[in-house]
Design a protein around this ligand. Structure first.
Ligand SMILES: Cc1cc2nc3c(=O)[nH]c(=O)nc-3n(C[C@H](O)[C@H](O)[C@H](O)COP(=O)(O)OP(=O)(O)OC[C@H]3O[C@@H](n4cnc5c(N)ncnc54)[C@H](O)[C@@H]3O)c2cc1C
Length: 459
């Protein structure tokens, strides 16, 4: 519990109902979508940037740790208050501040849910490309915190590519803005890139200005089922080689397909090694031509069955399985450890085969989802954290998966961040001097080390 005089001061800033410290409330904010847990001393739900600035002034003076939090869907323990202190939940700051059709940008508060922004943009004939599979709940502040990606990343890139401006509260309560509303802006050091992906360790984002695009007039998806992974990988290589830039190029392995089918019964064939789900968009004629070419490539590379969407309802149906994947695998076992090692696309199949072999070696059920067009794998280890013997095997398997990714010239995370869970593995990809440099940058912005302490930067 915080000292009563400090608690009183914070209650005064956010209002009585936005200061939570009952046992039940604290437990509700003690976990996120990772397997980590720690209980905070208080949860604050501010509604303005100015309130956050006042909170930070108090926290800075009193040296109280502050963990910023959006929806808590991160998979790396980024919102776990390991050192206690305050969880600063931005979910009440969920407004759309401005949507400018002419200049094609939107300004949202950091707690705005990604899908809300998508829906508002759509009404104006525009769209916001980053689409993490968690988009129905994850917030723009959290997306910036993790530099989130999503299936559409192959064509449209990740969150950083779409941020024009940020409003940020620093550790001592100062409020700064970075960038603006223009698509071109090289005024000063690129502070947007500094804060994007910094996982709440450098400042608290309160407002995000994003670039929007005109909504493509047509979208088509192609789903193809392969008896062998090699056929799927040859298809990926040929599509990329053909000059088509698909919006999304997703892969699900046999384990994931079967778990989806167990749960959703949508008619996916169970005896396949790999399934590809590919999306193209643009003018109807171009879209149609690309979908036909992709269908031909899939068949030539040995796909058993190929389905092409012809309407938005069919489109929706094809994506139902993929979007429900995380939910359905979680029904199989109580704990799902979801990693996101990323390798060059040409090493993807080797990575997947390696993950399957590691699963066999440690007698673990591992399903693999991949944003195949980006080389971004999501091995999902289905386990039960309470089973201590099995958990030891999980820990060994995770180490080997990271080592494999690095050996294949890849990295620890393509989109989920390092947070708490992957902190011990950072030396595999960043040397001492690089990690020291990150700590030095943090110490300039947060000399007292109160912002999300214990995470990937510093001790
Ligand atoms: C089912 C499922 C599917 C997912 N699919 C994807 C996917 O396709 N692509 C992908 O990239 N990720 C995915 N994720 C991971 C996660 O959803 C993303 O990382 C998302 O961006 C987190 O948003 P959030 O609002 O939940 O943030 P949180 O989890 O609350 O926070 C994430 C990090 O950002 C920091 N943070 C949060 N808000 C702020 C703020 N306002 N200012 C500063 N720091 C802040 C936190 O301290 C934390 O370090 C998925 C997760 C789940 C559970």
């Amino acid at each position: 519990m915080l000292r009563e005089s400090v608690a009183q001061e914070l209650r005064h800033i956010v209002g009585e109902r936005n200061y939570l410290d009952s046992r039940e409330d604290l437990l509700s904010y003690s976990y996120d979508s990772s397997v980590e847990e720690a209980v905070p001393e208080a949860v604050l739900l501010p509604s303005t940037t100015e309130q956050i600035s006042e909170i930070m002034k108090t926290a800075c003076r009193e040296a109280i740790p502050v963990t910023p939090r959006g929806a808590g869907t991160n998979l790396s323990g980024g919102t776990i208050p390991v050192n206690g202190g305050i969880v600063l939940a931005l979910t009440r700051m969920d407004g759309l501040v401005e949507l400018n059709r002419e200049d094609r940008y939107a300004v949202v508060q950091a707690g705005c849910v990604n899908l809300k922004l998508q829906n508002e943009a759509k009404k104006a004939g525009l769209f916001y490309p980053p689409d993490p599979a968690s988009w129905s709940v994850s917030t723009l502040g959290g997306n910036v915190g993790e530099n989130a990606g999503g299936p559409r990343g192959v064509k449209y890139g990740v969150t950083r590519d779409w941020i024009l401006g940020l409003k940020v509260v620093l550790a001592d309560g100062r409020i700064i803005t970075a960038g603006g509303v223009t698509t071109k802006n090289v005024t000063g050091i690129d502070l947007i890139s500094l804060f994007t992906g910094s996982e709440g360790c450098l400042g608290i984002v309160t407002e995000v200005t994003v670039k929007l695009l005109p909504l493509p007039s047509c979208q088509r998806s192609i789903q193809a089922f392969y008896p062998r992974l090699d056929g799927a990988s040859a298809t990926v290589a040929r599509i990329i080689g053909s000059g088509i830039v698909p919006v999304a190029l997703e892969l699900m392995d046999r384990v994931v397909v079967n778990l989806i089918e167990d749960s959703a019964r949508i008619g996916l064939p169970r005896d396949v090694e790999g399934t590809l789900l590919i999306m193209v968009d643009g003018e109807e004629e171009v879209c149609q031509r690309q979908a036909e070419l992709i269908e031909t490539i899939c068949r030539e590379e040995g796909a058993l069955d190929v389905q092409v969407s012809r309407s938005s309802a069919e489109e929706e149906k094809l994506w139902t399985g993929r979007r429900s994947a995380f939910g359905v695998v979680s029904r199989k076992r109580p704990t799902c450890v979801l990693e996101d090692c990323t390798v060059p696309v040409s090493n993807l199949v080797e990575m997947i085969r390696g993950i399957v072999a590691i699963g066999k070696k440690y007698d673990l059920l591992i399903g693999v989802l991949a944003h195949a067009g980006d080389g971004n794998t999501h091995p999902m280890i289905l386990t039960d954290k309470r089973d201590k013997e099995e958990w030891k095997r999980v820990e060994k398997a995770v180490v080997e998966i990271f080592q494999l990714a690095v050996a294949l010239r890849g990295t620890l995370s393509g989109e989920h961040g390092i947070g708490l869970s992957k902190k011990p593995f950072l030396p595999l990809v960043m040397n001492d001097d690089a990690r020291k440099l990150m700590a030095e940058i943090k110490s300039v912005l947060d000399p007292g080390g109160i912002l999300n302490p214990g995470k990937f930067i510093g001790p």
